[in-house]
Write a protein that binds this ligand. Structure first.
Ligand code: AMP
Length: 408
C-alpha cells in the first residue's frame, strides 16, 4: 500500500516525503480515503499508530489556502497540541497552508500575531481557544473540518463542557473526525451527539503497541520502590526511560532521589511552567537526560521516539492508562520494555489490566536486590477472557521468563 493509492494529491505526497514516511500505517490506510471523501470518521487508535498524519494529511487536502480558519484540531494537552502542530507545519510546507497552535501556559502575543496574519488550520487546547474566541481573536464560523483528538482523555479531564461550547461555535455543516484510544460509553455518546453517520476505523491488532512491548512485574513493597528504581537504573543499561508516578509530588520526589544517585533525569507535570515542561521534554528527546518522570496527564501523547523503557513506579488507576503508558515505548513498530512495580495494593488493578489484555504478565526480580517482605502475584494466575473488545486478536504466549502477546 502506498500513500499515492489512498488518493492524496501530489503536494500532499510531498508532505509525506517531508515527514519521512514511506508507507501508510494501518490507521492511515483506513482513515485517509474516508476523510478525503468528506465522511465523518471515528478512529479507535492510540498514539504511536500514526493517527496524527491520518487526519492532518487529508484535512490539508480538503481545505483551501485562503487564510481563513477552515480546520480545527482540539487536543486535551498542550504537549499534544504542540506535537500535532509540528506535524501539521511540516506537512503544510508543501501545501502552503498556515498553522496556529493555541494553548495555555504561554504568552498571548505570539498567538495573537499568528492568528491575525490568518491561518487555515488551528490546533488548540479547549480553554485557551475559548479565551481567544471571547477576545474575538479567532473566528470559527468557516470551519469545515473539526478533529477531536484523544476524545477519551478530554472526557477524563473534564473538558467536555468546553468542547461542547467550541462545537457550538462551528457550522453544523462540517466534517468531524474523532480519535480515541478507547471507546467507552461516554465516548460513544459524544460520537452520537457530535458526528453524522461516521465510519469507524480501528487499528488492526497487529498495530497495537502492546504487542511489541515486553512486559514485566517487579513485586516490591511501597517502602522500597525508590531504592529499587535507583538500583535498577544504575545496574541496567536502560537508554531512555519514562517513569510514571501517581501524583506530581511523587514525580518530584522520585526525580530528586534519582538525581542523588547520579542518574540524569527530570520531572514533568502540570504544575511546571510550560517553558520548563518543554525544556525537560526537549532534553529527553535529544538524549541529554536519560530518565523522564511524569504523571499520566502530561505523558499522554508525548511523542518521543526510541523510549526504551516505561517504568510504572506506581501502577495506574485503570487498564486504559496502563495501555497508554506502555504505548509510549515500542512506537511505530519498534519494540520496547515495560516494567511495573507492584505492591499488595495493586492486585485489583493488575487483575483488571490482565483481564483487558487477556494476558498474564510475568514476574521478575532485580538480581542482588535485598527485598523486604512483599506480595508476589501468583505465577499461575490465569487471565480471564477479556471483558472489552479493545485489543482483539491477541493470545497470551507463556514461555520461560518474559511473556509476549502472540498473534493467533
Ligand atoms: P502518532 O500516532 O500520530 O503520534 O505517530 C507516532 C509516530 O509514528 C510519530 O513519531 C510519527 O512520526 C510516526 N509515523 C506516523 N506515520 C508514519 C508512517 N506512515 N511511517 C513511519 N512513521 C510514521
Amino acid at each position: 500500500m502506498t500513500f499515492d493509492s489512498l488518493g492524496l494529491e501530489p503536494r500532499l505526497l510531498e508532505s509525506v516525503a517531508a515527514l519521512g514516511y514511506e508507507a501508510p500505517t494501518p490507521i492511515q490506510e483506513q482513515a485517509i480515503p474516508h476523510v478525503l471523501a468528506g465522511t465523518d470518521v471515528v478512529g479507535c487508535a492510540q498514539t504511536g499508530t500514526g493517527k496524527t498524519a491520518a487526519f492532518v494529511l487529508p484535512t490539508l487536502q480538503r481545505i483551501p489556502n485562503d487564510r481563513v480558519v477552515r480546520a480545527l484540531v482540539v487536543t486535551p494537552t498542550r504537549e499534544l497540541a504542540v506535537q500535532v502542530g509540528e506535524v501539521a507545519m511540516e506537512a503544510s510546507r508543501a501545501t502552503g497552508h498556515h498553522v496556529a497552535v493555541i494553548h495555555g501556559g504561554v504568552g498571548y502575543d505570539p498567538q495573537f500575531k499568528k492568528l491575525r496574519k490568518g491561518v487555515e488550520l488551528v490546533v488548540a487546547t479547549p480553554g485557551r481557544l475559548l479565551d481567544m474566541h471571547e477576545r474575538k481573536e479567532v473566528d470559527l464560523r468557516q470551519v469545515e473540518v473539526l478533529v477531536l483528538d484523544e476524545a477519551d482523555r478530554m472526557l477524563d479531564m473534564g473538558f467536555w463542557p468546553d468542547v461542547r461550547r467550541i462545537i457550538g461555535l462551528l457550522p453544523e455543516d462540517r466534517q468531524t473526525l474523532l480519535f480515541s484510544a478507547t471507546m467507552s460509553s461516554d465516548v460513544t455518546r459524544v460520537v452520537r451527539s457530535a458526528l453524522r453517520d461516521p465510519v469507524q476505523v480501528e487499528t488492526s491488532p497487529s498495530a497495537t503497541p502492546v504487542e511489541n512491548v515486553d512486559q514485566a512485574l517487579y513485586p516490591v513493597s511501597e517502602m522500597q520502590k525508590n531504592r529499587l528504581l535507583a538500583e535498577l537504573l544504575v545496574q541496567k543499561d536502560f537508554d531512555r526511560v519514562l517513569v510514571f508516578t501517581r501524583t506530581k509530588e511523587r514525580a518530584d520526589r522520585v526525580a530528586r532521589v534519582l538525581e542523588k544517585q547520579g542518574v540524569s533525569c527530570a520531572a514533568i507535570h502540570g504544575d511546571r511552567k510550560q517553558a520548563h515542561r518543554q525544556r525537560a521534554l526537549d532534553d529527553f528527546k535529544e538524549g541529554r537526560t536519560r530518565v523522564l518522570v511524569a504523571t499520566d496527564v502530561v505523558a499522554r501523547g508525548i511523542d518521543v521516539e526510541e523510549i526504551s523503557h516505561v517504568i510504572n513506579f506506581d501502577m495506574p488507576n485503570g487498564p486504559e492508562d496502563y495501555v497508554h503508558r506502555i504505548g509510549r515505548t515500542a512506537r511505530a513498530g519498534a519494540s520496547g520494555d515495560a516494567i511495573s512495580f507492584v505492591t499488595a495494593q495493586d492486585m485489583d488493578v493488575l487483575r483488571d489490566v490482565e483481564r483487558m489484555l487477556d494476558y498474564v504478565i510475568s514476574t521478575e526480580d532485580l538480581e542482588g536486590f535485598d527485598y523486604d517482605k512483599r506480595l508476589i502475584p501468583d505465577p499461575d494466575r490465569e487471565a480471564r477472557p477479556k471483558a472489552r473488545p479493545v485489543f482483539s486478536g491477541g493470545v497470551m504466549g507463556r514461555g520461560r521468563g518474559r511473556t509476549r502477546i502472540m498473534r493467533r
